[in-house]
Design a binder for this molecule. Structure first.
Ligand code: ARG
Ligand code: ZN
Length: 878
């Protein structure tokens, strides 16, 4: 029987290795029959190491062909090998060179970790623990070494040979083989190692850094796809310029290469000088990629590039510190997108994403702190909490310290820790030292899980012109963390007077208020503002200044007042969303909204649409109705997802019905006639127009035909896909025919096929599971490709809660049965799909039990990977 702590790795057990790696020399000989890897590591005992301490190297699925120390082969008794690696029993007590040789078969590597083949191209993925599938090594991020890599391969099938750093030699190697020699002078952890060999096309460009150094840029791809890489290249150059301007960070090598591959476990990877990308985050043409795809490409290209400083130059001491590079780098990419596009719209977008994905994680059985203190399988911690909440924590730091203080801290971070593998504590310390701020309480954000619930209540006394505001915080227990101490919560705010303009006060007592910032750091604070001329409406948590759930005593009327008058665009959006969410949650639990309330909401929406001061992209966000997950969270427990879907639909009908004609006219007016451009202005216009189409289709009888017409008339993927997805999601009469047309029209393009899969998985009708089963069972379905599997199953699980969580359990079983098969091929993909079961505690008892039964059956009837076993056990324990 497995015990609670078996295989569990704890942060408190961290210790440096007894040996360090001084330099690494690798020699890859690649052929169709297999790959031979010879590694020479120069190794040294640390000063504190006792003579005779064994050298323990990681290895996963390797078979040792030969081993030598300083050129002399090692006797059998001098080393041992097992499932976890290789141990040299008594290594020399001085600097020495260990040479090992292994043979790999990348052709059969379906886990896509280590060296594998994607459509004929050899490529690697090493983060977090893939390098040990390539060679025996100290495969942990605190082991940094310079690498030299020689690749020899057949010239005809692999004319392109790439690795990290700079190319220092190349030439013929006889027998139709050729070679390339790469050298990366920057010491790096093995997880940043990369190698690519294949027959690839490319586009090239150059970038001159602020100090005048010329960098050669290239993006490699399947032949024929070169034109689809231009937007990615443009994004790369803008990212490089932005990091210089905003953070003073210059690029450091002579080349920067990106390779697009079609089989990849996640988005992309920041290997030093050689980023490897999932091709869906590189390829874009107006006919096949949507505006959302373009924005994502820009964001992820920037993210991976920014890692060069936050991740590569300064890396993580151990994997518990993952958030050190990921949270910070997400913060940087969000800031980049804000500067390149619209800041308020970007913020709304990021917060929406946080609420739909991170809040459910943080409030369920898989909750963990941004910096966890234990794990069984590190791959299961590349989560929205580490990434998105991690970014929110950095954002709060910037809010609390101010722009200048934050920048001073960042400068110190780069100066003090360049070349190091470090920790969250070291990161916080630079801000303490640069600004003289004590961040010990603030550090709880990294160490504790859970979304704090903040409650605000206020009152106004006209006689004394006194306004009182009380804020309290409380965080529910999470796995392994029963008690939550108070967090430091920055609450940006303003008071709004009866005529809609900001209101001041003469004095405030009870707590500290600095400009527009209240810092709530105890269980509660009561602030008394004097000299307040009228009863104000408070605008709290402006810009979503902390990742908390705020509830207030504001009435619907107050909220709609904010929706009209708040000078903070985020809160304008949020106020209206809150009204809609509350009405939908109430309706889903049996209290039908009063028609006056619906009328007021409709009026606020129409006024927003008609406001000439607001841009299209912002309006599009305002009219987008709350996601079903957000409504379910608002209800909190015993949720019936079908009732949620129905209540949502009913409110949209009630809102749109009386204004359908005007909405339709607006939809017509907003058509873009200029040639397609992915820029924010045009994209904003399209997103508003498609938002209106969505309202019309869900909320009136006029939408279905309009969607069908838009589908056929569309001249770009954004408009065509929106029409398709809206038709499928509302399961209009035309939906089956449109899905059929889309499939034949684009069937040959795998990335567009994914769009078809996503749209298909969103259908609300009861036959959807049967259709998805058939798609998955088709003999030609590419069942080893992560993108295909995620498009079909991932989006079903995350975005079709009513069918996934069906009362009869069919949705749950469909997913667990598919996961059992996928787990044998690619455990990471299977585990990721199963995280969708984290919604179980939210559901009403019948569904909850059906979900548990499906998971238990999966657990009991199959031999599972550590990845899926860990996810299932944590969900069942929660
Ligand atoms: N470091 C990569 C990025 O954020 C992602 C690596 C994901 N690895 C994983 N095992 N899920 O860009
Ligand atoms: Zn990252």
């Amino acid at each position: 029987m497995r015990t609670e702590t078996e295989h569990t790795i704890f942060l408190k057990d961290y210790a440096p290795t007894p040996y360090s790696v001084v330099a690494v020399d690798m020699d890859f000989k690649i052929t169709e029959a297999g790959t031979r890897v010879r590694t020479q590591m120069t190794i040294e005992p640390r000063p504190e190491t006792e003579p005779g301490t064994p050298l323990v190297l990681d290895g996963d699925g390797l078979t040792l062909q030969s081993i030598a120390i300083d050129g002399a082969p090692l006797m059998m008794v001098a080393y041992t090998t097992d499932d976890d690696g290789l141990t040299v029993v008594e290594p020399p007590f001085r600097r020495f060179v260990l040479e090992t040789e292994v043979n790999l078969t990348p052709e059969t590597n379906t886990k896509l970790m280590g060296l594998y083949r994607s459509s004929g191209t050899w490529c690697t993925q090493c983060e977090p623990e893939g390098f040990r599938r390539i060679t025996y090594y100290l495969d942990r991020p605190d082991i940094l070494a310079p690498f030299k890599v020689r690749i020899t391969a057949p010239r005809d099938i692999a004319p392109v040979l790439l690795s990290n750093g700079n190319l220092i030699d190349k030439g013929e190697a006889g027998d139709g083989m050729h070679f390339a020699l790469w050298e990366d002078p920057f010491p790096k952890p093995a997880y940043l190692f990369a190698l690519v060999a294949g027959d690839l096309g490319s586009i090239t460009d150059t970038f001159t850094t602020s100090s005048g150094r010329k960098v050669d840029l290239a993006i490699y791809c399947t032949h024929g796809k070169e034109a689809e890489c231009l937007y990615a290249m443009d994004s790369l150059k803008r990212s490089m310029a932005w990091d210089e301007k905003r953070f003073g960070r210059e690029y450091d090598l002579d080349v920067f290469n990106i390779v697009a591959v079609s089989d990849f476990n996640f988005g992309a990877m920041e290997n030093k000088g050689l980023n490897i990308f999932n091709d869906k985050l590189v390829f874009a043409l107006p006919e096949t990629a949507s505006d959302a795809n373009y924005a994502n490409i820009e964001r992820v290209i920037a993210h991976e590039y920014f890692h060069n400083w936050t991740g590569n130059r300064i890396t993580c001491r151990d994997w518990f510190q993952l958030c050190l590079k990921e949270g910070l780098t997400v913060y940087r990419d969000q800031e980049f997108s804000s500067d390149e596009r619209s800041r308020p719209v970007q913020r709304i977008h990021d917060v929406e994403n946080l609420r739909i994905t991170q809040f459910p994680e943080d409030g369920g059985p898989l909750a963990h702190p941004p910096r966890p203190d234990r794990y069984r399988e590190i791959n299961n911690f590349y989560t929205t909490t580490v990434y998105q909440k991690g970014s929110e924590v950095v954002r709060m730091l910037a809010t609390l310290l101010g722009e200048a203080g934050f920048r001073k801290g960042m400068d110190l971070y780069f100066e003090r820790h360049d070349g190091e593998a470090t920790t969250i504590e070291a990161f916080l310390k630079v801000f303490e030292d640069a600004t003289g701020t004590d961040l010990s309480q603030f550090s709880r954000w990294y160490l504790n899980a859970g979304t704090p619930a903040v409650t605000a209540s206020d009152s106004y006394d006209a006689a004394s012109q006194t306004y009182t505001l009380t804020l309290t915080q409380k965080t529910a227990p999470t796995p392994n963390q029963p008690d939550k101490p108070p967090f430091v919560i920055p609450v940006k705010f303003g008071l709004i007077g009866p005529n809609g303009s900001p209101m001041g006060w003469t004095a405030v007592a009870g707590g500290t208020v600095k400009d527009d910032l209240i810092v709530l750091d105890g269980d509660s604070v009561t602030l008394t503002f004097t000299g307040v001329a009228n009863r104000p409406v408070p605008s709290l948590l402006r810009g979503f200044s902390a990742p908390v759930k705020l509830s207030t005593n504001l009435t619907q009327q107050d909220l709609l007042f904010l929706a009209r008058h708040d000078s903070d665009p985020f809160n304008r959006w949020d106020a209206l969303q809150t009204v809609a969410t509350q009405l939908m949650a109430a309706a889903a639990t049996g209290s039908q909204p009063a028609s006056a309330d619906v009328d007021a909401l409709r009026q606020a929406i129409m006024d927003t649409l008609g406001d000439p001061a607001l841009d299209h992209a912002f309006k599009a966000q305002v009219i987008a109705m709350p996601d079903e997950t957000v409504i379910a969270r608002q209800i909190g427990r015993d949720v019936d997802p079908s009732a949620v879907a129905e209540a949502r639909h009913a409110l949209i009908r009630a809102i749109v019905g009386p204004v359908a004609e005007r909405v339709e006219a607006l939809h017509a007016e907003l058509q873009v006639i200029e040639p397609y451009s992915p820029g924010a202005a045009q994209a904003g216009r399209r997103s508003l127009r498609n938002g209106l189409l969505s309202l019309l289709t869900a909320g009136s009888d006029r939408g279905a035909a309009l969607a069908e017409a838009q589908y056929h008339a569309a001249s770009n993927m954004t408009d065509r896909y929106a029409a398709l997805a809206i038709s499928a999601h509302n399961w209009t009469k035309a939906a089956p025919a449109l899905l059929g047309d889309f499939r034949t029209r684009f069937g040959g393009d795998p990335l567009v096929f994914d769009k078809w899969l996503v749209a298909s998985s969103q259908a609300p009708d009861d036959a959807v599971i049967e259709r998805l089963r058939a798609i998955l069972a088709a003999p030609d379905f590419p069942r080893t490709n992560p993108n295909r599997l995620r498009a079909l199953l991932g989006s079903f699980v995350m975005s079709n809660p009513a069918q996934f969580a069906r009362a009869d359990g069919l949705g749950f079983r469909f997913v667990t049965e598919a996961a059992a098969e996928i787990d044998k091929v690619n455990p990471q993909v299977a585990a990721r799909v199963l995280t969708g079961f984290r919604i179980l505690p939210l559901l009403e008892a019948g569904r909850r039990e059906a979900g548990r039964a499906a998971l238990e059956a999966l657990r009991n009837q199959h031999t599972l990977s550590r990845n899926t076993g860990d996810i299932i056990d944590r969900i069942l324990a929660g």
